[in-house]
Design a protein around this ligand. Structure first.
Ligand SMILES: [Zn+2]
Ligand SMILES: [Zn+2]
Length: 438
């Protein structure tokens, strides 16, 4: 039996950052506070909401949408109302339907998901058939004082109850960590950190990378028990070489995650981090310099412009090309560079949001290089546990705001919404967070 509403719903008006067609038109509007529309809904009072590079697609009028809507898909806040599906007696549904309470602190992934279909059960939560992207005409976003979260028991992370997710850390360890993490730090869990971790883990676990990691040639790398064939792999073949294209916040998170993955597994590595924008390279270098040895030991790391990166990749791989390329931009020229840099039997992992233009290579080219292409949106709900553990470990980076090595540049009020979108669009500022109550 579902219980009645766990709280009295709020009524009245709220402030919200809304996009107006056709482009470059951001306004702070007074709109109704969202209501429970479905028994699985939660209403969240937003504590902080971030501006993200992928918000710019719609901002510029390239998102293929035409309807006024509340922006933003990265938010953290507190549950203020729950639909009638929630209650302690609920069984056989995702844990949050029985455990989430009014007053709990939550962070949401950037898409909603049911948590109950085959797609969700397998961890591919970003493509739940019932899911929506926050901050789109289909689902109002989190750059508001309140936001409605559909399928909230499948979507949200309950930061007040760490037993509701898996972790390498003990429950007590998670509780202690949570008591020390700032809201601005936890907000990176909404998108940029899980997406970076996703890009790194998808790469390091790719079948094509296994000969390098195991020291056993294709296809013996998949059959650890088989002996009898001379293993011809040399130590120099076992250096994992990677390029990361695009050093915005997600690219930096991907670099942090990849460095952590290879150093903790004692994989020798050479990683090239690439961006044409000098201020982004400076940020990446400051982040790398700040990470302690436990998160980067055992290899080389270079932050370079595109031309310098091409030279360095040739030098570091003896002209063969990189084992893997992480493409974190989402346009044809970045993919084209990825193709140039990757080795035969290499992997391109693309988490950039791509648009309409065709891919910059043809069938003969991908056949000719045996290249593997991995595309698409991060299943942030599923990536939360490893992202949380890395967030705790890397507080040297994620703990600060406005420092040289911080991913978050500033926390501003809604009064600065239009100006923040404009300067973020022009690359004049890094990641900006809105405080809707400031
Ligand atoms: Zn985002
Ligand atoms: Zn689902």
């Amino acid at each position: 039996m579902a219980q009645p509403l766990a709280s009295t719903e709020l009524t009245g008006l709220q402030k919200a950052i809304r996009w107006h067609p056709p482009s470059y038109d951001i306004r702070v509007d007074e709109v109704p506070i969202p209501r429970i529309l479905h028994p699985d809904d939660a209403i969240v009072k937003v504590r902080l909401a971030a501006l993200c590079g992928s918000d710019l697609h719609i901002y510029r009028g390239h998102g293929g949408v035409n309807a006024v809507h509340i922006c933003g898909h990265e938010f953290i806040g507190e549950v203020v109302a729950l639909g009638s599906s929630f209650g302690e007696e609920v069984n056989g549904r995702p844990a949050l339907y029985s455990q989430l309470k009014v007053g709990h602190k939550i962070v949401s992934p950037f898409t909603s998901n049911c948590g109950e279909c085959s797609v969700c059960r397998l961890g591919y939560t970003a493509r739940c058939p019932e899911g929506f992207l926050f901050g789109s005409p289909a689902l109002d976003g989190g750059q508001a004082q309140y936001v409605r979260v559909p399928k909230a028991g499948g979507t949200l992370f309950n930061l007040s109850e760490p037993s509701t997710w898996s972790s390498d850390m003990s429950k007590t360890g998670r509780e202690t960590a949570l008591s020390k993490l700032s809201d601005s730090s936890l907000l990176v869990l909404a998108d940029i950190l899980p997406t970076g971790v996703f890009a790194a883990l998808q790469t390091i676990n790719h079948p094509k990378v296994q000969p390098v990691l195991t020291g056993r040639p294709w296809p013996l790398c998949f059959s650890p028990g088989i002996e009898g064939e001379t293993l011809s792999v040399l130590q120099e073949d076992r250096v994992f070489t990677a390029a990361i294209i695009g050093l915005g916040p997600v690219g930096v998170c991907a670099a942090i995650s990849l460095l952590d993955a290879v150093s903790t597994r004692s994989i020798p590595f050479r990683i090239i981090a690439i961006d044409p924008n000098e201020s982004r390279r400076t940020k990446m270098q400051a982040v790398y310099d700040t990470i302690d040895e436990s998160g980067k030991k055992g290899g080389d790391f270079a932050v370079l412009s595109i031309d310098d990166a091409k030279v360095k990749a040739k030098e570091w791989t003896h002209g063969v090309g990189c084992t893997a390329v992480l493409e974190v931009v989402g346009n044809p020229s970045a993919l084209s560079l990825a193709y140039d840099l990757v080795r035969p039997f290499g992997v391109i992992t693309s988490v950039g949001v791509h648009g309409e233009p065709p891919l910059p290579f043809n069938g003969r080219e991908v056949y000719g290089k045996n290249v593997s292409l991995d595309f698409g949106r991060c299943p942030a709900r599923a990536m939360f546990p490893p992202a949380f553990d890395l967030l705790v470990k890397r507080q040297d980076i994620f703990g600060g705001v406005g420092e040289a090595s911080s991913l978050i540049d500033s926390i501003v009020s809604f009064d600065e919404a239009a100006a923040s979108y404009s300067s973020f669009d022009k690359g004049e500022v890094g990641k900006v967070i809105f405080d809707p109550w400031k």
